[in-house]
Design a protein around this ligand. Sequence first.
Ligand code: UD1
Ligand code: CA
Length: 460
Amino acid sequence: MSLEIVILAAGKGARMHSSLPKALQRLGGKPLLAHVLETAASLEHSGIHAVIGHGADLVRRTFEIPDFPFAGVSGLNWVLQEKQLGTGHAVQQAMSGINADLVLVLYGDVPLVRPGTLRELIALAEAGNIALLTLETSSPEGFGRIVRGADGEVQAIVEERDADPRQKRISEINSGIMALPAGRLRQWLDRLDCDNAQREYYLTDVVAMARDENCPVRAMKIDDDREVQGVNDQAQLAALEGHYRMSKAEQLLAAGVRLLDPARVDVRGHLLTGQDVEIDVNVVFEGEVSLGDGVKIGPNCVIRDASIAAGTRVLSGTSIEGAAIGADCSIGPMARLRSGTELAAGVKIGNFVETKKAKIGKGSKASHLCYLGDVEIGENANIGAGVIVCNYDGKDKHRTVIGDNVFVGSNSVLVAPVTLQDDSFVAAGSTVSSEVPAGHLAVARKRQKNIARWKRPGKR
Ligand code: UD1
Ligand code: CA
């Protein structure tokens, strides 16, 4: 049976008290709607319809930037719901574009539902049922309640604000997620009214209509309540972020990663790990990161879009972004590797060293207090403390090339474009603005003058 998916994401999320539409609030580093789109795209489907309204332009623009992973979701169709007249009205807006046998309704603010759960729900609908995803909970407040008849069959869904005291005591709640036949859904939606406490067209009212027409309704109770938790306010978003963090940490532990504290590592993206990887506390991974065998990450590091090869140690307080780091390097503490940094094996980058577009050869070292931008450094070079590469002349960036076995003395300034050939040596405190030939010593500073019989200024 063919299936199309409708994602409801037009709501404002007033209780978030944010200028950002709710669909764009971030969980695990990406918009809530991105999580749902990703899940939807992983199912077999013949179309995805995202119903948007509040901040629709911004939502669409966010998802349509070329390098955003969802620009290419096959068959993604944006549907505009200009006024948010309710969940039933929202689904109705998408119906004209739907040709499939079945419709799966997902909520843009329920981001952690698993594809496996949805496949089960879809199978229930394929067997001819209206399939609802529900949850048994001790705190049903705020949710639609699943009303069952004496025979135990689902009769209706009653919203909290329309429920009588007896119905409010029902502990089975509606997740909002459902799968149902498209043809009948279309007819039921056409018959919805807004005769309820919120004056809205409720999608949930189709359940009672189905019962009236003797269409079987089946509720699939979920075990893991995290899957159906919605985001309505910042507290719920923070709670969900905690769940998300924990599930990522559990995956790492299962893969054999040593986490000093699973509650204090955030994976906001994809993290690939080798064997015997160790991650200390308060480490944040963003984007695509890979860590080779035996890599150790110290506390308080942020690592984004980077590959770190086997045996490398990243010491505390280090920030890495857009870097490819070879094996057996030592980085930090408190180093900053920026985009375009490429380190060969055995490189040492010490405290307060910043690199950008820096290609550094095997065994080279910059141990303290440097800026290395737009630079290529050969093997076994030693960059002394306080060396600054002046790559920017106020208008353009220029390159610096440093050969193999070069020694750059402390507090030297290399004014780009400039080349220091293999085996050259720069005396400490030099300002180097022209090429240093191979094997030469460059001294580019004033000679020291000692003044005899000098008197210190005395106190008046
Ligand atoms: C809804 C369900 C409730 C369920 C709860 C689960 C209805 C009537 N109620 O209530 O039974 O327990 O979800 O979280 O369906 N939306 C639109 N357009 C609209 C209204 C809503 O796109 O006109 C979207 C929202 O952006 C949101 C989703 O639909 O993503 C749910 O809307 P919300 O107003 O949060 O519904 P609830 O009152 O939570
Ligand atoms: Ca909600």
